[in-house]
Design a binder for this molecule. Structure first.
Ligand code: PEP
Ligand code: MG
Length: 886
């Protein structure tokens, strides 16, 4: 088994094995860019370690061999007392997990090699001892679980003794003293001396990186980001280069385009005289990358050249970490960079213009989740609020909420349903749960690449970082800004695009992308790179997709909006929604009717109301198909709840009032009470039991279609019967419906289709028979999921799904994204057998899954004709249907 790869042996396609960092270091090495030499230990080795608790056979010898060849190449031996080679040991999983796992720098330093390092650095004792104390600190914390604060206190203490607040004022002697202190802390907490043997340091550091895969924060992050739990991390062993050797050294990050807006230009942060992790941690404030031109023009020009090459090579936005060691530029990392949703669209459009990618590839570069994000509202432009501070717009969006200062409090208040803004000086991986719970994140320190910024962008959360006018006092639970004090629970608003911070709740406005979909922004004439990019990509998706996209809408207004968003018909009009409000009383009359006459009169009163609803919808959907579903839920849903009614009756009786009517109602409610209403008298069963109910609805639909047609519009009604499990149910309803339709439609030219939902597992399994009686199927994946799993759709998500997600029984709720193997299999069977029986059978889906990106791909694969989703999801479904093709 080959567990170790030299950088020169890998390439960017080997991310599964070498992790993202290792694969890209290999790629840069092979491109001839200046990467410090090193090697990568594979994810396979990590998985073997995690499975057995020990290093797999052969790993130690392979590390030895690669270390020797690294030593030969560098002309130095690891930890050599005279002239030491030092290495960093870095995690690197297939998917980037910023700050989640461990890194140890300066491995190879000990009491003797620290002297050799000083000599290497031209007699720079201060640097050598600072490097050594950093090793003990990082090694102690990450490898041996020594509490990090212990080291921080000792450092603070050393600075206090020196009368300074700045690390850089500590001289070599101070740092030597600090190393002694650190070693004592180490020994106290671990019961052993700090290991002096370089190879032992290396092995322990590698093991710690393996183990960090299962650190709690990494587990939480993976769950949030839906990264599989069994990938393992690779480990990169890289020769150290130093950005902290003096003012001609430094470290930074660079982006080949703006990861927030997608704009072309030079973006990044630089920190002189600092070591790599200082930038990402946001511990000191960085300067914009452009300032490097004044500090070190040669390195700056070289870096710009490398950035251009990497973009050409990866054909995408790259982000880069680099270090300059005494005027020599080293490339420490690159990858195809994370970006905001807006930047994803803008960059994809630009890359097509530049001829780097084709329009199909542009579709791969964006996704429906990003589009959905861009449809969120933003702060209105005309509000009267004045910003009290301006930080860095680190992750766009508009968020308002109550201020909290700790992760725990954020989780607590969010659980009570509050919107919260997590305010910190800077965040670190321990804040992850609080960040997930918050609407937005506000920090007083750190740049666009700080932990807060990177993680928030990844989550699609609004974030303002580095708002340094804020004086944040965590223990006192307050911050002050512009002479005002803001306490926990006060409301602030943050704008993740402009970086502005407001006190109070700023009003919001719809997004430009929504305005474009609404038709109020013309993409050809608007000076808005995002709107133009979205337009372009949507146009391409529409040209490519095979799936049609319809909408679930029950009102004319929803239908009209969905149509502007690109809906090509209605896939589900839930008629029960038309039985609410003022009409409830009519429904009550229907339910309570004791004679045929009473029932007929109640139905006759409902008929014109239903007809009006359908007229409005057919008008809005002129020329497009409209699937109207006959009433589905149990009728008692339209009656008052049993307990309340019983109490009312008892109270009224007590007062001696006339309660005859209430008693009749109560008796009806009692009669209709069901233990499992979702599996009871609903859907087609109601139609078969309550005479005249479906007939009234069918008549209203047909009459509305005829009326609209007479006015010159084109109505294409499709009547859908819910909850069918046996073909006989459908046949019975259909026979009655066809008679009414024939009578109403006569020679008006209106054509009415009759079909069924497939939402009971038995319907899916007998789809061949059912298709004989149905002109179309629409999959009701909500009920199909409920009945296939036996999960009550109204109860389980809050009750126990968290545990199922935690255990990995599924990675996402099956009510949110289609369960391909189970529920999906039922869909596949029904589609195949239905089509075999009736080749022209129209197939669609109208459950919530119709607007879920992954599910849309599945429905494309199984050959449905359309998906139907809520109006706001229509653009998302159009995009994903296009992406499913390319
Ligand atoms: C379904 O079950 O998927 C469906 C669309 O119907 P409803 O959600 O109204 O039960
Ligand atoms: Mg249903």
């Amino acid at each position: 088994h080959k567990y170790v790869y030299d950088f020169a042996e890998g390439n960017k396609e080997l991310k599964d094995l070498l992790g993202g960092k290792g694969a890209n270091l290999a790629e840069m090495t092979n491109l001839g860019l200046p990467v410090p030499p090193g090697f990568t230990i594979t994810t396979e080795a990590c998985k073997a370690y995690l499975a057995t608790g020990r290093e797999p056979d052969g790993l130690a010898a392979q590390i030895e061999a690669h270390l020797e060849s690294l030593e030969r190449e560098m002309g130095r031996r690891l930890g050599d007392p005279q002239d030491p080679l030092l290495v960093s040991v870095r995690s690197g999983a297939k998917f980037s997990m910023p700050g989640m796992m461990e890194t140890v720098l300066n491995v190879g330093l000990n009491d003797r090699s620290v002297v050799g390092l000083s000599a290497q650095a031209g007699g720079n004792d201060r640097f050598a001892w600072d490097s050594y104390r950093r090793l003990i600190q990082m090694f102690g914390k990450t490898v041996c679980d020594v509490p990090g604060e212990e080291f921080e206190h000792a450092l603070e203490e050393a600075k206090r003794a020196k009368g300074t607040k700045n690390d850089l004022d500590l001289d070599a002697d101070d740092l030597r003293g600090l190393v002694d202190g650190y070693k004592k802390i180490f020994a106290e907490h671990t019961g052993r001396e700090f290991p002096q043997e370089p190879r032992e340091q290396l092995d322990l550091a590698i093991r710690a990186v393996f183990e960090s895969w299962n650190a709690e924060r990494a587990v939480v992050y993976r769950r949030q980001e839906r990264i599989p739990a069994d990938l393992g991390t690779a480990v990169n062993v890289v020769s150290m280069v130093f950005g902290n050797l003096g003012p001609d050294s430094g470290t930074g990050v660079a982006f080949t385009r703006d990861p927030a807006s997608g704009a072309q230009g030079i973006y990044g942060d630089y920190l002189a005289n600092a070591q790599g992790e200082d930038v990402v941690a946001g511990i000191r404030n960085t300067v914009p990358l452009q300032e490097l031109e004044q500090l070190d023009k040669k390195s700056y020009d070289e870096l710009l050249g490398f950035m251009a090459r990497l973009e050409e090579h990866y054909k995408d936005l790259c982000d880069i970490e680099f270090t300059i060691e005494r005027g020599k530029l080293w490339m420490l990392q690159t990858r195809v960079g994370k970006r905001t949703a807006a930047a994803a669209f803008v960059i994809a459009g630009q890359l097509v213009d530049e001829g780097l990618i084709d329009p199909d590839e542009a579709l791969h570069r964006v996704n429906g989740a990003q589009l959905a994000q861009l449809m969120f509202p933003r702060f209105r432009l005309d509000h009267e609020f004045r910003p009290v501070a301006k930080g860095i717009g680190a992750s766009p969006g508009a968020a308002s909420g109550k201020v909290v200062f700790t992760s725990a409090r954020a989780v607590e208040l969010a659980a009570e349903g509050e919107s919260v803004i997590l305010v910190r000086r800077e965040t670190n991986p321990d804040d992850l749960n609080g960040m997930i719970a918050s609407k937005g994140i506000l920090t007083s320190r750190g740049g666009k690449t700080s932990h807060a910024a990177v993680v928030a962008r990844g989550m699609g959360k609004t974030c303002v970082s580095g708002a340094d006018e804020l004086d944040v006092n965590i223990p006192a639970k307050k911050f002050t800004v512009a002479g005002q004090t803001v306490n926990e629970g006060d409301i602030v608003s943050i704008d993740g695009t402009t970086g502005k911070v407001y006190l109070g709740e700023v009003p919001v406005m719809p997004s430009e992308v929504v305005q474009y979909f609404e038709g109020s922004l013309d993409p050809e004439h608007v000076d808005n790179a995002l709107v133009r990019a979205v337009h372009r990509i949507m146009t391409h998706a529409d040209a490519k997709r095979r799936l049609a996209v319809r909408t679930n809408a029950d009102t004319g207004a929803d239908a009209a909006r969905a149509r502007r968003f690109g809906a090509e018909g209605i896939g589900l009009c839930r008629t029960e929604h038309m039985f609410l409000g003022d009409r409830r009383e009519l429904v009550e009359r229907l339910i309570l009717a004791r004679t045929d006459d009473e029932r007929q009169s109640a139905l006759a009163a409902l008929l014109p109301l239903q007809r009006e609803d359908f007229v409005e919808i057919f008008r809005e959907m002129d020329g497009l198909p409209v699937t109207v579903r006959l009433i589905d839920p149990p009728l008692h849903e339209f009656l008052p709840p049993l307990e309340q009614l019983a109490v009312n009756v008892a109270v009224a009786q007590e007062r001696g009032e006339d309660v005859a009517k209430e008693e009749a109602l109560l008796a009806a409610v009692r009669r209709m009470h069901e233990e499992n209403p979702m599996l009871g008298l609903r859907g087609v069963r109601l139609g078969l039991v309550i005479p005249g109910l479906f007939a009234m609805q069918v008549r209203a639909i047909a009459e509305a279609a005829v009326a609209v047609t007479r006015d010159g519009a084109v109505a294409k009604p499709e009547i859908m019967v819910p909850l069918v499990g046996a073909v006989q149910e459908l046949e019975t309803v259909r026979a009655e419906a066809e008679k009414i339709i024939a009578e109403v439609v006569a020679d008006s030219g209106v054509e009415v289709l009759i079909g069924t939902m497939i939402e009971v597992p038995r319907a899916a399994l007998t789809a061949g028979e059912i298709a004989e009686a149905a002109q179309f199927f629409s999959f009701g994946t909500n009920d199909l999921t409920q009945m296939a799993w036996g999960f009550s759709r109204d109860d389980v998500e809050g009750a126990f799904f968290w545990r199922y997600l935690e255990l990995g029984i599924f990675g996402i709720s099956p009510f949110e994204s289609i369960d391909r193997d189970g529920v999906g299999r039922l869909v596949r069977i029904a589609a195949e057998e239905g089509r075999a029986a009736r080749p022209e059978l129209k197939l669609g889906v109208c459950g919530e899954h119709g607007g879920d990106p992954d599910s849309v791909h599945f429905f494309h694969e199984v050959g449905l004709d359309y998906v139907s989703c809520s109006p706001f999801r229509v653009p998302v479904a159009r995009l994903e249907a296009g992406r499913a093709v390319v």
